[in-house]
Design a protein around this ligand. Structure first.
Ligand SMILES: Cc1ncc(COP(=O)(O)O)c(C=O)c1O
Length: 379
């Protein structure tokens, strides 16, 4: 089967660099091979570093995509009847609230308009009114392109004694994230966005407090104690995928070489370049400026333009993938991701050129013709 080469500029997966692809071609070894154990020890340390984890934290990668990390977070802190407060500012906050309900929590929601960040006062008011055992929030809401003020929200949650769950699926390795300094208790992510590996593992970190406050897990596969038996005590639990471990290890090595902060800065710069280019094209981003993600740009579809046809033409003519809107934003936004090795100025310029070509062919007359690339470059 011939698989086309795509430029992955959607909400994830992001492009996988040749060195990470190469790492996956190493010989397959078993999940209990001494070399695998050394790799897992190393991964724990590197993941702790990438998360900015604090003293006594336990970091690992759960087998499965970001949703498995979300479920593992919920499964290991939720006791039946626990009161959970969830910030729902988009599709993934909603998914988090559904999972908490499935695990028996009594869920209340802080509902935020899609396209806006949560005001921490909303969380403070909800906690003062009803309290909570668990506070859950999505750091980078991929469905709306918005970054939530997680540090402030966690400080409030902590003041009320709640254990926190943070979704860092679209922020790890790309946006400032410091789980230790912010006192995040359980944080999970994915491999296929800011880290630049294929999907299939979900990096997680549990603070010392979360390890103490853990609840008996109803899930066998995602039970933290059984996972610790494997990762620390080398006891069989499941057959982790060797190629995915190699890929994650190589991706983290590349991040270490680049440096976390320079990498965040690269994501910021390329986001700003794209935003300037889109502005020259007469296109607007959904969230207001200070609330925008650097990894995911939610672009409003101009009136009279068929959003699906534009995505299809980008794919057919340029082999560029971008994402559609989810839920209430379906048909109203495009989601353009600049993540991991995909966050480059070259990709920004190529995308702007391709988008302008496709839009003009569709009859779009907004913005100033042929100025987007120059605007991006000067930004
Ligand atoms: C913020 C957020 N949380 C969770 C997920 C679920 O991750 P996955 O699709 O890897 O299961 C996603 C996926 O895009 C996401 O963007």
């Amino acid at each position: 089967m011939r698989i086309p080469e795509r430029l992955l500029l959607g909400p994830g997966p992001s492009p996988v660099s040749p060195r990470v692809m190469q790492a996956m071609t190493s010989p397959v070894i078993s999940h209990l091979d001494p070399v695998m154990m050394t790799l897992l020890d190393d991964l724990r340390q590197r993941l702790g570093w990438a998360f900015g984890a604090g003293e006594g934290a336990f970091s690992l990668a759960v087998s499965g995509t970001g949703t498995s990390g979300m479920e593992a977070a919920v499964a290991n802190v939720t006791r039946p009847g626990a009161r959970a407060l969830v910030v729902v500012s988009g599709y993934f906050g909603d998914r988090l609230s559904q999972l908490l309900e499935r695990y028996g929590a009594a869920v209340s929601r802080v509902t935020v308009e899609w396209g806006r960040a949560c005001d921490p006062d909303q969380v403070a008011r909800a906690l003062s009114a009803g309290g909570a055992d668990i506070v859950a929030v999505v750091h980078a809401e991929t469905s709306t392109g918005v970054v939530n003020p997680v540090e402030e929200i966690l400080a409030i949650a902590r003041g009320h004694g709640a254990v926190s769950i943070v979704d860092a699926v679209t922020s790890l390795g790309a946006l400032p994230l410091r789980t230790g300094r912010w006192h995040a208790d359980v944080t999970y992510s994915c491999t296929q966005k800011g880290l630049g590996a294929p999907s299939g593992l979900s990096p997680m970190t549990f603070s010392a407090r979360a390890l103490e406050a853990r609840a008996p897990s109803r899930s066998f596969y995602l039970d933290l104690s059984l996972l610790e038996d494997y990762w620390v005590r080398r006891k069989y639990h499941h057959t982790i995928s060797a190629p995915l471990v190699f890929a994650l290890h190589e991706a983290l090595t590349a991040i270490e070489e680049e440096g976390l902060e320079p990498r965040w800065e690269r994501h910021r710069r390329n986001h700003l370049a794209l935003a300037a280019g889109l502005d020259a094209l007469g296109l607007a981003l959904l969230p207001p400026e200070p609330e925008r993600l650097w990894t995911l740009n939610a672009v409003r579809v101009p009136d009279g333009i068929d959003e699906a046809a534009v995505r299809r033409q980008l794919l057919d003519e340029f082999s560029i993938e971008i994402g559609a809107g989810l839920g209430p934003l379906a048909g109203r936004i495009w989601r353009v991701g600049l993540m991991g090795s995909g966050s480059t100025l070259a990709n920004v310029l190529l995308f702007l050129t391709a988008l302008e070509h496709v839009l003009r062919k569709s009859g779009y007359r907004g913005g100033s013709p042929s100025t987007a690339v120059a605007a991006a470059e000067s930004a």
